[in-house]
Structure formats: structure tokens, C-alpha cells
Design a protein. Sequence first.
Length: 370
Amino acid sequence: MTNYPNTERSSAPRATVLTSILASTISVFSIIGCGDAQRLDDRSTDTNGARERNAMHGTDDHSQHGDAEAAGAHTPSTRLEFMSTPSTIEPGATSTWRLRIVDATSGKPVPEFDLSHEKLMHLIVVSKDLSWFNHLHPEYQGNGEFTIDAELPRVGEYKLYADYTPKGGTQEIAQHEFKTAAAGPTAAVALVADRPAKGGWMLRSAVSRPEGQPDVKGSGEYQVAMMPMPSKITAGKEVMLHFQVRDAKGTPLTDLEPYLGALGHAVLLSSDTKTYLHTHPMDAGAEGMDHGASGHDSNDSDGGHGSHGEADSHGEHDNHGDHGTGNASAATGSDVMFHTTFPSAGLYKVWGQFQHRGKIITAAFVLQVS
């Protein structure tokens, strides 16, 4: 059995499409080498802003749910403990990640989880500059522990978002930061907002790949178009992100396949990686749903972790994580629409994911929110 340190990990409850939280309580954890695994050690807690503590492999920061009453937040019931084997994560080499979910009060493993879009856990992994993205699904081993073999493409800093629902509870999202083995500095890729072309569409060329393998050679050629509606996105106001998946010649597809119980998935991250949204599309008359963690705080310079806490216009929460799926198993076509609200101004990167002929098409766009 893996021995985990007694680390503190906060998670965000699921959100509705229209709400967010400003997190004000920050806890920072340093990653230290320990035997065969990369482990977390609680170094400091600073409720007025995170104080960074550096160790062998970097830092991990998260916040708990400050200002909960004002934002309608729900205190997280669990925390995440993360380990990797070997402890030094080498780019291009496979390592085994262990993510254990424990009760936030007792520290005991959470025994059961609810399915959310056909999986017990969705794991989003990005480079800190948001130039690399992966969507994984760790396997549940029991006793609160999920495992997955993962590979990172290059040296640098990375962040993961673990998205899960304790049995009978609300959706929670835990964040964790880490670095690969040091091998010299890396140049960050600056985000530049995309500009709409003819007809108001932003356009990307794309290929399809096996799920969870963003670095393998792709097959097929596609165009993915995206149009924000309205075109000027304003923080705090609802926006629809209209995606259209086309073939290589620009003809809209008519045979998109359901992917994890929905016609598409979209992950949205702020440029500082503090605000996370995972949204599912409107489908068969159902409303879209996003849930995530917003660590935005004007007094916080070191990152955060928070939540969307209020119900949607109908005052409803779905504890099973299946809002917005509608009758996805029967849905086909090329147009996929997501409703969401950006909690604050700035640059955001949006990854849309769709399935065609058994493989995943991923296309990313950068949006300016005013």
C-alpha cells in the first residue's frame, strides 16, 4: 500500500453556467523528493495571499473557499494527495501518477465516487504556459486511489486539475502544480487573442488522435471553427461558444459521435491558470453546464483554487455531473454550442474536444474577455 503524507488538498464544488467564486484563502504546498515518489509537504498557510516555498521539484498552490457566503460556495468535503513514481518526472518518459482522494476532515480515503460523463475522474493536465493540453481518465484502484501512467512532452512546469464527484456529493476539482526534472530553461509561449475571420468565425486546422495521446501523429484533416456570441465577451455576462467541426475542405460534418456522453467537451483556463471551467454543450434542448475552480483574487499573486457555487436559473444542481448531455447518444452533426460565463477580464484559452470515427479532435482558441 502506498504511504501518503498527511497533505491538505482543497477542491471546488461543481458549478453552474452563470456563477463563480472569488477565493481568498490560499494554502501553498512544496513538492519534495521522498523515496520512490514525488510527495507533497505542507509548508505554509497564508490567508492574505500565498507565500511560495520552493523545494526540489517546485511548488503547488491552491486556495480554499474564501468568501463562501457571498459567492454561494460550498466547503469542499475532500482533498487530494498526489504522488509520482519515480519521484523525478523526466520528459518523454512514462511515470505512474497516484491521486488519492481523502475526507477533508478525517483524512480517511473516500471509498466511492459517482460517474460524471461516463468516468469516475477526469484529469486535465496543461503546461503552465497553456501551450500543451491533455485530458486523461485515471483508473480507480479502490480505497480512494486513482492511478494513471502519463508522459509529459518537455521540460517545464505543469498543472493538473482532478475533476471527481464523491458518492452522493457534489462535483469537486483539485489542482496540483509540479515541475519536470531540471534540464535548462524553457521559453514560455505567449498567449495572443484570436481574431475572427470572414463571417465572424475563428478557424483552426486539426487532426484526430487516440484519446489521451496529444503527441502522437494524427490522422485525418479537419477544420474547427468557433464563434463567440456575442463577439465581444464581457466578464460576468453569459456567452455562447458556437463550435463547428468541418472536413478538410470546410464542409460541416454530419456524423460527429458522442464523446463521454456528450457531443463535445470544452475546457477553459485563464492565462494565469487560476480559473478553470469544464463545460458541456447544449443538446436536445438541455442547458449547458460548466463547473470549475476560480482562484481569481485581486490580492492573490500566487495562484488559487475556488469554485462556482450558486445554482443556475432553475436553482438546480446535478450531483452526477451529467448536465447538458441531453440525448447525446442519438445526436449527430457539426454544430456544438456551449453556454458559459467568464468570471473576470483577461485572456482565456479554450480547448474544444469532439469525437469522429473513434478518435478525438482537439482545437484550441484564445479569447479576450473585457
